[in-house]
Design a protein around this ligand. Structure first.
Ligand SMILES: Cc1cc2nc3c(=O)[nH]c(=O)nc-3n(C[C@H](O)[C@H](O)[C@H](O)COP(=O)(O)OP(=O)(O)OC[C@H]3O[C@@H](n4cnc5c(N)ncnc54)[C@H](O)[C@@H]3O)c2cc1C
Length: 377
């Protein structure tokens, strides 16, 4: 089979290596506009469950990925200088670049043709030249745009502004910090993804952003301003930029997932708000789901139809949870008056996937702290 993949992110690389690993006679080519060592982004997170799926799919890349992991089981919620720790949440973090390098290396070992520094501008040509064209070209997908009539994408912007920074300050566990200043409330999502660095994503509503003057500030000024807002949390470490810019979350859905021999994967197909940390997980699970159908012997039309039929409900469930989570962050100023344990409880249960019962199983001490706080009211 001749497979062309546009986009060498987690979805594209992983699908390419799984196909080639399963059948060396496939000719698989990945077109990626960036060089292999482009450092866009900081760290990404995986939940414990994702890892067993990756192990089953390709034990070699699974081992290399998990060897590079920082792992934790706590979510720490910081509000008005009070820290509430909730245990029993198993996550791992890895530098996005490290993950990409592992997948690139594995592709090369297996004989996938990797064409870096190759921006695809005309999608029709690679689509005509193969049995299967995979559009794994990220949130701004050209493949999705080219065949928009067939995919019928639905795009929507989140209300909050956010920016993705790094820092040398090490945050052990997922740390969610809320700082109310004159301009409004800023939230930071931070976690260690290597022995030297953490991801530090800041978000706030558009009014806070404008009142703070962030709409008019250059990168250095923005970082200095936010370093002052989060001074107590950063312990003197600066915020590091990596092509960082303020954006609004873009929700992507598609009415159809494929068109003739063309299919979308990962962020090109669907996005889920970063506050549930599932983008990379969903992207790689898409790759596994589609690959398995080919490995089971289905031809292109049947595999693409079955991929959409079987995977859509799962993806929609995640998008729904991510939507609830996003709304919570967009309305955070309605919760910041709560005592810290109640605020943390509201935060933990925001997506409705975590309940009182499941929290009690994960961390009875936290639930006891929450109940004691309610009784004091
Ligand atoms: C602020 C923020 C925080 C996040 N945090 C997390 C997290 O904690 N955990 C998590 O799992 N996920 C997180 N994500 C999401 C995660 O980064 C993406 O969901 C994931 O990378 C999707 O993988 P992908 O392969 O579909 O797309 P991408 O990683 O975007 O890869 C697409 C690739 O296609 C290439 N490309 C695009 N167009 C072309 C073209 N025309 N020709 C050639 N190449 C092209 C791009 O250069 C890119 O390399 C976060 C995202 C953001 C923005």
């Amino acid at each position: 089979m001749r497979v062309n993949v546009i986009g060498g992110g987690p979805a594209g690389l992983y699908f390419a290596l799984l196909m080639k690993r399963n059948d060396a006679s496939h000719r698989v080519t990945v077109f990626e506009r960036n060089p292999p060592d482009a450092t866009f982004g900081w760290g990404v997170v995986f939940s414990g469950r994702t890892l067993s799926i990756l192990r089953e799919a390709d034990p070699v890349s699974h081992r290399r990925i998990t060897e590079s992991f920082e792992t934790w089981d706590n979510v720490d919620v910081v509000l008005r200088d009070s820290r509430v720790s909730v245990r029993g949440n198993h996550f791992s973090g890895i530098a996005r670049l490290r993950l990409l390098n592992i997948l690139q290396e594995r592709c090369a070992e297996l004989g996938v043709e990797l064409r870096f520094r190759t921006e695809v501008e005309d999608v029709d040509a690679p689509a005509a030249d193969c049995d299967l064209l995979v559009g794994a070209d990220g949130v701004g997908s050209l493949v999705r745009e080219r065949y928009a009539e067939a995919f019928r994408p639905e795009l929507g912007a989140g209300r909050n502004k956010y920016i993705w920074y790094g820092t040398r300050r090490l945050f052990h566990g997922l740390t969610l910090t809320f700082r109310a200043v004159e301009a409004g409330v800023f939230a930071a999502h931070s976690y260690k993804f290597s022995p030297e660095a953490s991801t530090f994503i800041v978000e706030c509503d558009e009014e806070t952003w404008a009142r703070a003057g962030l709409d008019r500030m250059a990168d250095e000024e923005s970082r200095a301003y936010l370093a002052r807002v989060f001074a107590a949390d950063l312990g003197g470490c600066e915020l590091l930029s990596n092509n960082s810019r303020w954006i609004n979350f873009l929700l992507v859905k598609n009415a159809r997932w494929s068109r003739r021999n063309v299919v979308l994967l990962g962020d090109a197909l669907h996005t889920a708000h970063f506050s549930i940390g599932s983008g990379t997980k969903l992207a790689m699970e898409d790759s596994i789901a589609l690959f398995r159908l080919f490995a089971a012997g289905l031809g292109v039309p049947d595999a693409l139809a079955e991929f959409e039929r079987s995977r859509r409900p799962l993806v929609e469930e995640y998008q729904q949870a991510a939507h609830e989570s996003r709304l919570w962050f967009e309305n955070v100023k309605d919760y910041t008056h709560l005592p810290p344990p109640e605020f943390a409880f509201s935060l933990m249960t925001r997506s409705k996937r975590v309940t009182y019962e499941s929290l009690k199983r994960r961390d009875p001490a936290f639930v006891a702290e929450y109940e004691a706080s309610i009784k004091r009211q």
